[in-house]
Design a protein around this ligand. Structure first.
Ligand SMILES: *[C@@H]1O[C@H](CO)[C@@H](O)[C@H](O)[C@H]1NC(C)=O
Ligand SMILES: *[C@@H]1O[C@H](CO)[C@@H](O)[C@H](O)[C@H]1NC(C)=O
Ligand SMILES: *[C@@H]1O[C@H](CO)[C@@H](O)[C@H](O)[C@H]1NC(C)=O
Length: 170
């Protein structure tokens, strides 16, 4: 019984650690196919926290839209030539934010001028020992708070099971 509880706790801790180590995936615009002109991407980005290693998911109609990573001035002026990277593939495309720096994306074909542009400011990965308070409940940062208490629970369970040998006094 006791041993089973320990395994359950260990499994829980392992799962939580995987969640913490795994990077977040941000669905751009908040929905499945939200890389479109109806979304205000600066409002969306302001509600998110991006950490290095996180992924962006762009869902879109590739017959009309594309995604190009550009520099700041091209983002501001909607210039879609001489882009840094063409993110466009099949219409359900991902991009990993590897560096803690600002990234800029625009839709070419004139849609940037209609508001299809995205700027994200990527923060360095926070150290796991100092959990930050997330601004959105969808952030995986919420999971950072759980493992430390779970670890304490596991440590306590292990100590109880293995270190503390009960002696029965009659
Ligand atoms: C941004 O990219 C454009 C197009 O390649 C280039 O002309 C411009 O000098 C770049 N600006 C910066 C600040 O790197
Ligand atoms: C970007 O890549 C896609 C898929 O490979 C291609 O169809 C499209 O023409 C490219 N866009 C630009 C602007 O190079
Ligand atoms: C997005 O909304 C903000 C206010 O929340 C506004 O200032 C901005 O102009 C909007 N952007 C677009 C592209 O509509």
């Amino acid at each position: 019984m006791r041993r089973r509880n320990i395994w359950a706790l260990l499994m829980y801790v392992i799962v939580m650690m995987i969640i913490v180590v795994e990077s977040s995936l941000h669905r751009v615009g908040g929905g499945r196919y939200n890389w479109n002109p109806d979304v205000n991407f600066s409002d969306w980005a302001n509600q998110q926290r991006f950490y290095s290693g996180d992924w962006l998911f762009f869902g879109f109609d590739r017959t009309h839209h594309n995604i190009l990573q550009v520099n700041k001035s091209s983002y501001e002026q909607c210039i879609d030539t001489d882009f840094i990277f063409n993110v466009t593939r099949g219409g359900r495309d991902v991009f990993q934010l590897l560096q803690p720096k600002p990234y800029y994306f625009i839709c070419g074909k004139g849609y940037c001028l209609k508001g299809m542009k995205l700027a994200v400011n990527v923060l360095p990965q926070p150290p796991p020992s100092t959990p930050t308070v997330p601004i959105t409940p969808t952030s995986t940062a919420t999971a950072l708070i759980i493992p430390s208490s779970a670890l304490i629970a596991v440590a306590a369970a292990i100590l109880t099971a293995f270190a503390f040998k009960p002696s029965y006094v009659y």
